[in-house]
Write a protein that binds this ligand. Structure first.
Ligand SMILES: Nc1ncnc2c1ncn2[C@@H]1O[C@H](COP(=O)(O)OP(=O)(O)OP(=O)(O)O)[C@@H](O)[C@H]1O
Ligand SMILES: [Mg+2]
Length: 220
């Protein structure tokens, strides 16, 4: 089953939020999902403890640098989608989680600073590709995007596409419902109404579908 590693050395890029949206949408569609909370700040565990975990999702927070490769190789065989949420750093743990991934997802705010730091994730992936002697599929998803795209966003997107970077559409929009995941736990279906729920739900579902499309053939 597929392993999705969510990685960016940029803090606050939207990694944990993207991990939760992906996990809850895939689980809603019927997949069994494990989220490995590999960030010492434990954002995913905080989310899990806030509310009731949606059906078909479990969270593990006991996997460190020395166990990550073995754990991911084992998980690969047990029929669950695995999503690895990482700290916003470059570390051996991050590199190891990247090395085992079927897809590395790099959430990125479309600002110059965030993109400059965010693209360092691509360098980490290249290093692992060189070490392994094979390609690792990766994609960027823009996060906290506003309805009207800024010039900066358009320019960053164009530049990344020009470098052959796969960009997930739709981006994850800036939505009250997405930030409220950490307040209420659970998913978009269980939380009290936060702003416009319908566009948030549509955005979450289309994002998860776009990720899913990149995982077809990986046991899903
Ligand atoms: N699409 C979004 N809409 C609204 N708020 C968002 C969105 N994505 C993230 N946020 C908010 O931005 C903040 C940072 O997001 P998140 O914790 O997901 O980033 P991160 O990359 O995991 O951070 P860290 O590097 O600290 O682990 C959080 O307060 C989160 O609720
Ligand atoms: Mg996080």
């Amino acid at each position: 089953m597929p392993i999705v590693t969510v990685a960016s050395p940029k803090g606050g890029a939207g990694k944990s939020t993207a991990s939760i949206i992906l996990a809850t949408e895939l689980a809603h569609a019927g997949a069994e999902v494990t989220i490995l909370d590999c960030d010492p700040n434990r954002s995913i565990s905080i989310w899990a403890d806030r509310g009731t975990l949606p059906p078909r999702i479990n969270v593990r927070s006991d996997v460190g640098e020395s166990e990550i490769v073995k754990t991911l190789k084992q998980q690969d065989a047990d029929g669950r989608v695995v999503i690895v949420d990482l700290e916003g750093v470059a570390s051996r743990l991050v590199s190891r989680a990247i090395s085992q991934a079927d897809l590395v997802l790099t959430p990125m705010r479309a600002t110059t600073l965030d993109a400059t730091i965010g693209v360092r994730a691509l360098a980490l992936i290249e290093e692992e590709e060189e070490a392994l002697g094979r390609a690792i599929r990766h994609a960027v998803v823009f996060t906290m995007t506003r309805a009207i795209k800024s010039k900066q966003h358009t320019a960053i997107e164009k530049s990344l596409r020009g470098q052959g970077v796969d960009i997930i559409t739709p981006p994850l929009m800036e939505r009250a419902a997405f930030s409220a995941l950490f307040e209420f736990g659970g998913d978009l279906r269980t939380m009290p109404v936060q702003g416009k729920m319908e566009p948030a739900a549509e955005n979450a579902s289309a994002f998860a579908q776009a990720v899913y499309n990149r995982l077809v053939g990986k046991g899903l």
